[in-house]
Design a protein around this ligand. Structure first.
Ligand code: ADP
Ligand code: ZN
Ligand code: ZN
Length: 825
């Protein structure tokens, strides 16, 4: 009551802010008079909530109402908008469309380095410590000293240290100056990348002392040669990358250390910025577009006059990327910003270098392997109008000012969809909406369009362009089928997964000094360990799935929750010693190939081998330099790789792809097989694809052989229409989860009941999914098939959210989790 008396409502100024939390509502704060001038939507403010402080985004001004007294904002963090109004508009739309809160959208949109709260930990940047202001007693100085003594401090501790309420503005300035970092919990991925540089010590720049310098190393030939090289390179660059010396000379670190000890050189560590590819060989000559490419470009430009979205359907290796590059160039010349979206996994060094060759430092990269402060740096630069961003899904949420073109490459790719947590958004679809509010154009590129996009083309909602030929002399690979037969007795010489035709083709290919890619869509050694006597099957204790055997790490793993256990030698249920491994994973393929071809160089590319950050670039380098004969991989090998000498692609088990109990299985199988086939024969040497299948007459395989996506799509679409699937109907999947099976079932039944009272037969389920329990949570699924009418959809979404609240308000259901997935994949 006392506080209320102090407020003069005629001057009161309240704002709503977004907190990066999964809370449904916005929070209201009062703005003290000293901040009235500076406050505007899109800046961060420091606010108290419960016992913590947060950096929140100002959303809008609201009319004060007398029913309650909000807390006051503690401080203003940004002078200028950090989030633009267009972004706020996009976030708002996403939260409505995907049934989630603005806080959840903010959480994925903003790099963590910009999301501060009381528990955020900060560290000194060891490579920039000198730049702290020196005069003692300043706050900056106090923080510096404290961080030197204690490796990390929370923002709460800084607050106590400085004895003041508001500290975020100051902390933010130090982050911007790169004096401190926000601590990142995930160690390896995010560690700042550091490289050693060699600097000639000051003294030896004097030419009169050259002789004296060489005298110090006269007894070692290698040291002398190294010193010579350093003198030579120092003429053009002060800091010489150590790696460059290694490349030019046959030396190792002991030589460098020796020079350092003798006082000739200093070794400094410098942080590498991953928003560019450092030391990439830039070859500035840009290839001229071929006639086909020029026509494609002209056609896209013409269609953009009347269409907002154009679908660019070009077979693998048709030179789409080169066309994008020209489009980007033109767009940038006209002063616009461009976003080039790719699935994360396709953002390989190969691709980054290609873009950097074309645009130098005008292109910024943005992906999850970058550190937080690199992400913050990209955010700031995009806000300042930086021209080109090449990034993964979340780069769509960067603060563009003048976005004129969005390219969504590999638009069919499922990984544009964020599966978990909220917002469960599809970056391709959001791109199209974002383009609308930015008044930009969207180009969707792919060799295998999603059925959603091809349908929009049939409906004339999108422009369309098809390129059927590969670039240059390259031709599409010849696809052949090999009918698989069950071997009576698989042997070492003739393992069950390999037909003799495939083995022969592999051998011939490697003998010609060409490379092979083998595709098996399953990682690990064998998906199941089973006892043939009693039928026992090794399952995960936390999930209802079999554990996969991993031979190389000598363990069994759950691919859903990461549970690991040792490989059992005998059946724990009946004691039988002959337990069998059922099925094939990439590891088994690798093991068998190693037995068959002991002299071949064989590598594997899947989530197990690519866990380390540098493994992927390393593997790609080895493929490019032909240090690998055979590459075995999962889906990972299907995405965007461009190796000149791959002339054989083998698909070991095509049937597994059609057997998923999902209405999209056919579409995905077609896309995967076409994409992986597209890795073969991308250069002058023609390629061949061998598909092993038990069912060579399968209708999808027939369309793949004919390379006829359009007719495949027509047939598939007809089926979707009759069964009320997308793109004719919209789907919303609701997942109900709880630790207790009965609670999960009861809550799901009630939810489905309430929904069907209003929506009738549009509600399917609840059903128990194929994997009924994951991480000890029982799962029930409800599926809605809904007419595509926007007003109706808005009402349905409101109704679902309301029903969810009702369920959770019921006694015993408070801890039930309800996930809503709009347009699930
Ligand atoms: P897509 O993106 O359609 O799969 P790419 O753009 O990767 O095809 O092109 C396939 C290959 O052809 C690449 O190795 C690329 O460097 C080369 N290429 C494409 N267009 C040109 C061009 N105009 N001049 C020279 N090389 C080109
Ligand atoms: Zn598990
Ligand atoms: Zn048994």
């Amino acid at each position: 009551l006392k506080r209320q008396i102090n407020i003069n409502y005629s001057d009161a100024f309240w704002v709503q802010v977004i907190l990066p939390l999964a809370v449904p509502q916005l929070y209201t704060y009062q703005v003290p008079i000293e901040f009235h001038e500076q406050i505007k939507p899109g800046i961060r403010v420091e606010v108290p909530l419960r016992r913590k402080h947060y950096a929140a985004i100002v959303y809008n001004k609201v009319v004060p109402d007398l029913s309650f007294t909000p807390k006051a904002i503690i401080g203003i963090i940004d002078q200028e908008q950090l989030v633009t109004e267009t972004q706020l508009q996009l976030w708002t739309w996403m939260s409505k469309y995907y049934c989630c809160s603005l806080g959840e959208v903010m959480s994925v949109a903003m790099p963590r380095g910009l999301k501060l709260n009381s528990e955020t930990k900060i560290l000194l940047n060891p490579y920039n410590e000198d730049s702290f202001t020196q005069p003692t007693k300043t706050k900056e100085y106090v923080i510096h000293k404290a961080l030197q003594q204690k490796d990390e401090l929370t923002l709460k501790e800084i607050q106590n240290l400085l004895g003041q309420k508001s500290v975020y503005k100051l902390v933010n300035q130090l982050i911007e100056k790169r004096l401190i970092y926000v601590k990142e919990e995930l160690s390896e991925t995010y560690k700042p990348k550091v490289k050693d540089y060699i600097i000639l010590s000051e003294l030896w720049y004097d030419p009169d002392l050259r002789e004296e310098a060489f005298a110090l190393v006269s007894r070692s030939q290698k040291q002398t040669a190294t010193l010579e090289e350093i003198f030579l390179l120092s003429e053009s660059q002060k800091e010489i990358p150590k790696a460059l010396l290694y490349e030019n000379l046959d030396i190792n670190n002991t030589i460098i250390k020796a020079l350092e000890k003798k006082g000739l050189i200093e070794i400094v560590k410098k942080e590498i910025n991953r928003i560019y590819v450092e030391d990439a060989e830039i070859s500035p000559e840009v290839p001229e577009l071929t006639e086909i490419q020029q026509k494609a470009l002209a056609s896209i430009e013409t269609q953009f006059k009347t269409q907002n979205v154009v679908l660019f359907h070009g077979v693998t290796g048709s030179g789409k990327t080169q066309v994008y590059i020209e489009m980007i160039r033109k767009c940038v010349e006209d002063g616009g910003q461009v976003l080039y979206l790719l699935p994360e996994i396709a953002l390989t060094t190969q691709m980054l270098i290609r873009m950097q060759n074309a645009f130098g430092k005008a292109v910024l990269f943005f992906h999850s392997r970058m550190s937080l402060h690199e992400q913050v740096e990209v955010w700031q630069r995009v806000l300042n109008g930086h021209a080109i961003v090449l990034g993964a899904r979340s780069s769509l949420l960067l603060p563009f000012q003048n976005l004129n073109l969005i390219i969504v490459d590999e638009e069919h790719d499922n990984s544009f969809k964020q599966q978990d947590p909220n917002p469960r958004y599809n970056a391709r679809d959001v791109a199209i909406y974002a383009a609308k509010i930015y008044e930009a154009k969207t180009l969707l590129g792919t060799a295998t369009p999603s059925l959603e996009s091809i349908y929009n083309k049939f409906e004339k909602k999108y422009g369309y362009l098809f390129v059927s030929e590969r670039f240059g002399d390259a031709v599409l690979p010849k696809i052949e089928l090999i009918k698989r037969v069950e071997h009576k007795k698989p042997s070492k010489k003739q393992p069950a997964l390999f037909s003799s035709e495939l083995l022969e083709a592999i051998q011939k290919c490697v003998e010609r000094k060409e490379q092979v890619i083998l595709f098996q869509n399953r990682r690990g050694f064998a998906p199941r360990l089973m006892c043939f006597v009693c039928g026992w099957n090794m399952e995960c204790p936390n999930c209802d799935v079999s554990l996969t055997t991993h031979k190389f790490s000598q363990e069994m793993r759950c691919h859903y929750c990461g549970y690991r256990s040792a490989i059992t030698k005998s059946c724990p249920s009946c004691g039988n010693k002959e337990i069998s491994l059922i099925g094939f994973g990439t590891e088994k393929v690798e093991t068998q190939l190693n037995d068959l071809f002991p002299t071949y160089r064989i590598a594997r590319m899947d989530h197990d081998t690519m866990r380390r950050k540098d493994s992927l670039p390393q593997l790609i380098h080895e493929m490019q330099t032909r240090q690998i004969d055979i590459l075995i991989g999962t889906q990972m090998v299907t995405k965007g790789l461009d190796f000149k000498h791959v002339t054989l692609v083998g698909i070991l088990d095509a049937d597994a792809l059609f057997q998923f109990p999902d209405f999209r299985a056919g579409e995905k199988a077609f896309q995967l097989l076409t994409q992986v086939s597209g890795r073969a024969g991308r250069n002058v040497k023609p390629g061949k694809v061998l598909i092993q299948t038990y069912d060579p007459d399968h209708w999808i395989i027939q369309y793949i052989l004919a390379n006829d996506y359009t007719n495949f799509a027509r047939r598939e679409l007809a089926e979707r229409k009759s069964f009320k699937y997308p793109p004719f109907y919209r789907m919303i999947a609701i997942e109900v989860k709880h630790k207790l099976r009965t609670v999960a079932h009861d809550a799901a039944n009630l939810m489905a009941h309430k929904l069907s009272q209003k929506l009738g037969k549009r509600v399917l389920g609840p059903a128990i999914p194929a994997v009924a329990r994951i991480r000890n949570m029982y799962i029930m699924n409800i599926l809605l098939k809904l007419e595509k009418k926007s007003q109706f959809m808005v009402q349905v979404k409101d109704f679902i959210l309301k029903t969810k609240d009702e369920i959770k308000a019921k006694e015993g259901f408070a801890s039930v989790r309800v996930n809503i997935d709009v347009d699930p994949l």
